[in-house]
Design a protein around this ligand. Structure first.
Ligand SMILES: [Zn+2]
Length: 208
């Protein structure tokens, strides 16, 4: 397993996870972007990042998807800690679908433009850190990643969001977005089958 990290929270959480998985190696985020994933093919990749990395994170997750490497992510923002989804290429949704879906999973005090500006500032300011995180957040992130590392199908596509504003947690199985390649998958969970059935029903009504 390779653990990719960038900032202060990321590095501390990466080391805490490495203590539980002795075979894991650490890699900085900028190294990960240039890494030849198709050649080295690690069994699993965890990305631990702060902010939301609107431009750079999707690019890395797409590289991992193309190399068919299972992966998951922990992302600390100023309003939430997000864990997952566990992406098993060919068997689950992709990270791109998940990051778009997760935007609706947390109550936001900001507009979308303020959100973009905040994350652009974080990306442009390497020394800016998100302070005030607690040991409990690190432990939650480690436990979730140990769970995802097992790559069980029941965890595939599942994302957990812990709100830092009021402490509530949401765990949700992400469904693929319309038009994304990962939508061609065979779904097997109850929610996914129900959504597929609903879609067929709605299409039937619309075409009557
Ligand atoms: Zn997708």
């Amino acid at each position: 397993m390779i653990i990719v990290y960038e900032r202060e929270f990321d590095a501390i959480t990466a080391r805490a996870l490495q203590q539980r998985v002795s075979s894991a190696t650490l890699m900085r985020f900028d190294e990960a972007r240039a890494h030849p994933w198709e050649v080295t093919q690690p069994s699993f990749v965890v990305m631990i990042l702060s902010g939301r990395h609107p431009a750079s994170l999707p690019a890395l997750t797409q590289q991992l998807h193309l190399a068919a490497i299972p992966h998951s992510a922990v992302i600390l923002s100023d309003d939430a800690l997000t864990c997952g989804p566990l992406v098993i290429p060919g068997k689950s949704v992709c990270f791109g679908c998940a990051s778009k879906r997760s935007a609706s999973m947390v109550e936001k005090p900001r507009t979308a433009k303020q959100d973009r500006d905040f994350h652009a500032y974080l990306e442009a300011t390497p020394r800016a850190e998100l302070r005030g995180y607690m040991p409990a957040l690190i432990e939650m992130a480690v436990i979730k990643m140990l769970q995802h590392l097992r790559c069980q199908l029941k965890d595939a596509g599942v994302m957990s969001v812990f709100s830092l504003a009021d402490g509530h947690a949401i765990e949700s199985r992400i469904l693929a977005l319309h038009g994304c390649d990962c939508r061609q998958l065979q779904f097997s969970s109850t929610e996914q089958r129900w959504t597929q059935a609903l879609r067929r029903g709605l299409e039937g009504i619309l075409h009557e």
